[in-house]
Design a protein around this ligand. Sequence first.
Ligand code: UDP
Ligand code: MG
Length: 328
Amino acid sequence: MINASDAVGRQATVYSLVIPIFNEEAVLPLLVRRIGMLLDALDGRAEAIFVDDGSRDTSVIFLRGMAAEDDRFRLIELSRNFGHQIAITAGMDAAAGEAVIVMDADLQDPPEVVLDLVAKWKEGYEIVYARRIRREGETWFKRASASIFYRLIEKMTSVDIPRDVGDFRLIGRKALETFKRMPERDRFVRGMFGWMGFKQTAVPFERPMRAAGETKYPFWKMVRLAVHGIVSFSDKPLRLALWAGLAISGLAALLGLYAVFSWLFVSGVVHGWTSTVVIISFLSGINLLMTGVIGLYVGGIHAEVKRRPLYVVDRLTGFEEAIAAMNN
Ligand code: UDP
Ligand code: MG
C-alpha cells in the first residue's frame, strides 16, 4: 500500500484531488487545464493525484509528461485494470491533504463545484458529497436504472447511503483515516462513507454531459457495481429463502388439502402431469436462485480470505519529493 501521507515533504498540503483514469485520452488535455485552474483557485497548497487504472490508450504517456512537468500533478500507475472503486482507493491511500476530493475524469463532476464542497468542509462537515439534481445527456435508461438502484439499496440496508450521490465528494482527514482502516475487498466506496458516520452534508449540482470520449461504465459493469453494493451492505437476499420457503410451504399445504378433498369427494380423478411439471420446475427454479444468492456471499468470503493486496502499483511519477523525504 502506498503511504505517502507521513512524508515530511508534503505535510503542508491542504487539498488532494483524486482522479481515476481509464482510457481517457480524449478528455485529458481539457481535464488537465481545468484541474490546473482549480488548483490555482483553491486557497491552500493543493495536489492532483491521477490514478491510471490500466489504460490501454495514450493516457499514461500524457499524464507522465504532466506529472514530470508540474510539481502539483502526481501519477499512480496501477499494474492493470482494477476497476473504478479500487482506483479511487489507491488515490486516497496516497493523498497527503487535509481534505481529499474524489472526482471523475470526464468533467461530469465540474471542478467549480469543488469550491462549494470546500466551503461546507470549512463550516465543519467531515464528509461533503455532491448530489446530482439533474443529469444532462445521459440516456433515459441510465437515469432510470440508477434511480431504481438507489431506491432499492435504500430499502435493503440499514446503512445510510444517500440517494443520487456518486463518488464525487470531499472527505476530511478523520474520515480518510477511517476509510484506510476498512480493508474489505468488495468495495462500494459510497456505502463505506455512509457507514462511518461523522457530520455529513450534501451540495446539489447539475451533472453535465461527458466532455469527451465515451462511458467506461457499460451496462454489465453497472450491474456488477449494483450487485456488489447490495451484497456488501445487506444480508436481506440471504433471508429471501426463508420467506420464499414459507410462502411455498403455505401453497403446498393448500394444495394438499385440495388433493385430500378431491380424493374423498370426487370420484375417479386422475391428475394430469401439468401440475407436477409446473410445481417441480417452479421449485427447482427457486432452489437454483437461492443457491446463486448464497454463492454471491460465499464468493465474497472467498475473495476476503485470500487476503491479497487490493491493488498493485506499477510506477509512480511526481511523488519524488515525498519519497525523498521518506528516505532521509
Ligand atoms: N474508471 C476507472 N476504471 C474503470 C472504469 C472507469 O478508473 O474500470 C474511471 C473513468 O476513467 C472515470 C470514472 O471512473 O474517471 C467514471 O467513469 P465514467 O465517467 O465512464 O462513468 P459514468 O459517468 O458513465 O457512470
Ligand atoms: Mg462519467
